[in-house]
Write a protein that binds this ligand. Structure first.
Ligand code: IMP
Ligand code: MG
Length: 172
């Protein structure tokens, strides 16, 4: 079902080097709170954080929005943060911005807790009209609308541990 590799391990690694430098520059002299959206962002988050010089603490939250290859549009908070974000510089880590529904909901939730700043780091953003309003401060790659797996991205919990991002084709 794997059609072709879209982003190789080497391409991801090189892009993360650049992203980490951008993040270090943006947060110079600050303490960062990295928040991973479980589970897809875990690979991306840990690989970026290992490259940072900025002091950083980590927390996670989990929402449920997807089943199979289609967004349900119905987002549930499954696991909340363990720490308060008030007055903190928060950087949210997401695996992929598809329709943007998940991120819009999480941004609204976290803004209401009054962080000092709230920015987004995403490994992938799909080029779609639905998500054009979402400004991604630190973006790995812009991709097409195809369904992808690997490097944290799953299809019904499979393929997350692939070291690359691949296009999944149900017709193969
Ligand atoms: P959104 O709410 O439509 O932006 O979808 C965001 C969530 O859907 C992501 O965090 C992923 O878990 C999942 N998702 C969206 N597109 C893909 C994909 O191509 N592969 C795997 N998961 C995806
Ligand atoms: Mg998923």
């Amino acid at each position: 079902m794997i059609d072709h590799i879209l982003l190789s391990e080497e391409a991801i690694s090189a892009r993360l080097d650049a992203l980490a430098s951008d993040i270090d520059r943006a947060y110079e002299g600050r303490d960062l709170r990295a928040i991973g959206i479980l589970k897809g962002s875990v690979f991306f988050l840990t690989d970026v954080l290992k490259r940072l010089k900025t002091p950083v603490s980590v927390d996670f939250l989990q929402v449920r929005s997807y089943s199979g290859t289609g967004s349900s549009g119905n987002i549930q908070l499954v696991h909340d943060l363990s720490m308060d974000v008030q007055d903190r510089d928060v950087l949210l880590f997401e695996d992929v911005i598809d329709t943007g529904l998940t991120l819009r909901k999480i941004l609204a939730l976290l803004s209401s807790r009054r962080p000092r700043s709230l920015k987004i780091a995403a490994l992938l953003k799909k080029k779609l009209p639905e998500n054009r309003d979402i400004v991604c401060d630190f973006l790995g790659f812009e991709i097409g609308p195809e369904f992808v797996v690997g490097y944290g991205l799953d299809l019904d919990e499979n393929y997350r541990n692939l070291p690359y991002v691949a296009v999944w084709d149900p017709t193969r």
